[in-house]
Design a protein. Structure first.
Length: 269
């Protein structure tokens, strides 16, 4: 069960990148959020579990071999059709005639690529006062932090677990799918623990559906970074006024005693 509120740190500006600037503007104008592909994450080890292929019946292993061969042909020859495709399948089947280490390595690579490209992940934090988060994800404190109430699909957010070892998934063991899900999508290196991250996972394969709508009233607040310029505050405020739903504005300030930021309310628009 997520906390009552979850937070999304983000820049406000994207100099010299019109497409990215429109995405940032839409964060404030429209009730949409982008579910990113793991390949775009700044952690290259994220969503890259190890796969073990030790189990499985002979029938399951043969089915896996055929699936890997089909995926490999599609990966290497995406435009192949008809007789050409069938000939390629036969050729690859001769190259990989049995379930062995080389086939498993290829299967591992294809599974990892599929995870990196097709799954969508919405990354959030339970913390709105962390100066490192503002620095890393809100353009060095010049950006902002969005405050969402944890309802609708936010209620499905799950906490990330942190550790020192890569998670390993037994491909043929589906007796505990929740545990597999957690190992694949909710496990990160413990150096990222300061993020206090929560995630919502979107398994829809269509990349065009990464932009996902949510009830407009769930964005309850926007926290301006402590170094956001007055001009940028006005820019963000004008966008929010066009949104059609009230939003409370806050600003982040340095705390005199602790290594956390103070969050001060400015008013509701």
């Amino acid at each position: 069960m997520p906390p009552d509120y979850l937070f999304k740190y983000t820049p406000l500006r994207a100099p010299s990148d019109e497409k990215r600037q429109k995405q940032l503007d839409d964060l404030l104008l429209a009730p949409h959020l982008w579910f990113a592909a793991p390949e775009s994450f700044n952690d290259p080890m994220d969503c890259r579990p190890g796969f073990a292929f030790d189990g499985g019946t002979p029938e399951e292993r043969e089915k896996f071999r055929q699936t890997v061969i089909k995926a490999k042909v599609k990966h290497d020859h995406p435009d192949a059709q008809g007789d050409h495709c069938r000939n390629l399948l036969e050729e690859y089947a001769r190259q990989y005639p049995q379930f062995d280490e080389s086939l498993c390595r290829m299967g591992h690579a294809l599974l990892s690529k599929d995870l990196q490209n097709t799954v969508g992940v919405l990354c959030l934090s339970e913390n709105d006062r962390d100066p490192v988060m503002f620095y890393h994800y809100a353009a060095g404190h010049t950006g902002m932090c969005l405050k969402f109430r944890s309802l609708d699909f936010f209620a499905f957010a799950e906490p990330v677990q942190y550790g020192m070892d890569y998670p390993v998934v037994d491909f043929f063991d589906d007796t505990d799918k929740q545990s597999q899900f957690e190992r694949i999508f909710l496990t990160k290196y413990q150096g990222w623990e300061y993020e206090h991250e929560w995630r919502v996972i979107n398994f829809r394969k269509d990349p065009a559906k990464r932009l996902t709508a949510y009830p407009i009233e769930l964005l309850e607040g926007v926290i301006f970074g402590r170094l956001m310029s007055p001009e940028d505050r006005d820019y963000a405020t004008n966008l929010l006024k066009q949104r059609g739903s009230p939003v409370t504005l806050y600003e982040a300030k340095l705390n005199d005693r602790h290594f956390l930021l103070d969050i001060t309310m400015l008013g509701t628009i």
